[in-house]
Write a protein that binds this ligand. Sequence first.
Ligand code: ACO
Length: 329
Amino acid sequence: MTKLRAAITGVHGYVPDYILTNAELEKMVDTNDEWITSRTGIKERHILKGEGQGTSHMAAEAVRGLLAKTNTQPDEVDLLICATTTPDFVFPSTANLITDMVGIRSVGSFDIQAACSGFLYALTIGTQFIETGKYRKVVVVGADKMSSIIDYTDRTTCVLFGDGAGAVLLEPNEEGYGIHDSIIRSDGVGQHHLFQKAGGSRYPPSHETIDKRWHYVYQDGPSVFKFAVKNMADVSAEIMERNGLKGEDVAWLVPHQANKRIIEATANRMGVGMDKVMLNIHKYGNTTAATIPLCLFDYESQLHKGDNLVLAAFGGGFTWGSVYVKWAI
Ligand code: ACO
């Protein structure tokens, strides 16, 4: 009998309307379009404006679209997992808020926090519930309102990030399609290179933490860059090797969108041409947990049943991972 796998049977994405261009950033900090484009590949990013709207607003839009598109009623969903680093509240979880907003009642929901690798972590967890036969419809969301933790006076970080959300539906498949393998990794050695210092239990909000700007993202870019290039490439090569995949077998590399140069290094190591790499960093920037589902959403019309996809991510922590998917729709 063929193994029971978790197949992605639908994908949807959402980005807010407001577009923050490189030209606008030039007026806010000492930067320029040439530097941003050549160092990162980013041209613009979407920002969620509006009082009282958090990550859940964008995530709920993505999930509503996903349910409509897959003809799924809210009461059919067995579980919802949300990967985010910018939850609306410390508690309750953003997943909890999303279920309420879209009318999913009385089922499990929880958040996963693994920075930019969060979506791959959440996808890996969701997969287990399908593979064991416990659940038949699992929604996995990646969503972040990075603008809520970015210091728009710090040119080293404010040019990099944007807001957005993406969601997939996982369902059982016994025909060989779906998630074939996944690797998730972490190493706390990275904790001081990329983090938000205050707002948690170690440094709860105070006048002092605000004055010191500890509620914003801090990143030592070059150190993160070195780890990201090595680990994202290594983990992608590892998942290919252990599944007997060569470069020509991979229809698409679906990389986390943090920096075009990191993506190019990963593709190069995998032996995959840039024409087979999903790229949307130029229009969204780094949307943290949303980058990979937003790529799948943008490229959906170019995907074919049976395509081999390698999803790869690297993020704060450090965290990183890869997932091998045989596209099912
Ligand atoms: N505009 C103009 N100049 C700038 C800007 C800017 N926006 N930002 C930095 N610079 C300057 C620096 O001050 C520095 O000047 P100096 O040489 O006079 O000191 C110079 O440009 C080079 O700076 P670097 O930081 O060395 O530039 P680098 O080429 O490393 O690019 C970047 C920076 C884009 C941040 C890169 O290091 C990177 O992509 N790092 C990894 C990001 C990543 O993968 N993060 C993980 C995921 S995010 C998450 O998990 C939340």
